[in-house]
Design a binder for this molecule. Sequence first.
Ligand code: GBH
Length: 446
Amino acid sequence: PPDQRTPAEGKFPANFLWGVATSAYQIEGATQEDGRGPSIWDTYSRIPGKVLGGESGDVACDHYHRWASDLDLVAGLNLNAYRFSVAWPRIMPEGTGRVNAAGLDFYERLVDGALERGLQPHVTLYHWDLPQALQDRGGWPHPDMPEWFTDYALAVYGRLGNRVASYATFNEPWCTAELGYHVGRHAPGVQDLRASLLASYQIQLAHGSVIRALRAENTRAELGTVLNLYPVDAASGRAEDLHAAQLIDEKLNRWYLDPIFRGRFPAGAVADYAEAMPEIDLQALASAQQPLDFLGVNYYFRQWVSEGGASRAGPPSPDAERTAMGWEVYPEGLHRLLTDLHREYQAPKYLITENGAAFDDQWNNGEVHDEARTRYLQGHLQQLHRAIQDGVPVGGYFAWSLMDNYEWAYGYSKRFGIVHVDYGTQQRTLKDSAKWYRDFVRRQRP
Ligand code: GBH
């Protein structure tokens, strides 16, 4: 049964990281400036019918020009950490080879600007904006991707180095492989299961390669990766549904967890994929298993599964509150996910690298009374606190997202920000949820 208690606010550990997260393509804009090369999202967003309203990240939140005042906003929320991603096409416009110094300059300003404001910079190296030049050579299924990605990561590390608190190799590789190369609802829009399996394999090798390369630099920054993970529930106790749920858990969660923690893909999913499996050396996956300092967890909702497949709108919780994405609000899932994860994989540390929700915010005389989002954050933080009390070593929480931004295939129609963005004027306004988060964090940090 759902947890109905509203206990006194728990105290989180000292040194806990309180942050917000963003990603490059979703907020930066300035896609043609300072030598940035095109990314697969510049291309994909222009294909008619792919993105709602045909919208692109050309301007987005104009963060490329407004980064300093945006960092002021983050600091003004009493936070001590900021998670963002580096755009590969700014660093290497052709994907490989020539490094564009102006691109590195931008992220150096951002990192130093964060540090000056008491914010730990947490960098994600790949949040979906692959240089188009590399897609033209085959994209993630290409066998040279691990090497190209490592060259890029070393270029970033060479400039930002140990000023960055943590480097995550990938954001949600499931989305890249599955949405990008199988169902085709994300860039590059390929629809080929074999290509997507190959992509997920090369991503694993690329992850292992970057972790090894950064370790060889004796970095003091913490190293990890970020996965989108879900508690999985069968829609009924029928054997068929239970079996389907088990398979979805392997394809969605364990396909990405097992390589990095155990050096292999889960057997049940491998067997189920048998016919589509590309000819790959599964032994080589051992190199994906590198000691990590943290696992980044993005948590949004659970999966309800019945024989026909996964659905987030499954019948078992018809009365559940839903977000504007149609996602079930399920705060207990965060506690469940973390305790299950830790039992199975024992990462040395977890960071909640994303958690948040889109709602149909009502703009009202310069205010946004987003009670639903405030309740969402409060409920999840309560469950996070429980998980920590139950022994899961969680080091930080990053709300998704700092501000409304480009929600991929949904364009600007879905607002996940705790800060409202008026896309006409680029004005930022704290929603009630941002004020609540700010005050909550203040109570946590004496
Ligand atoms: C995260 O993805 C991302 O890291 C972040 O960039 C994003 O803004 C945020 O969550 C909110 O979505 O209906 O087929 O078009 C979470 C996983 C990826 C789930 C995209 C929903 C839509 C797929 N999400 N997805 S589709």
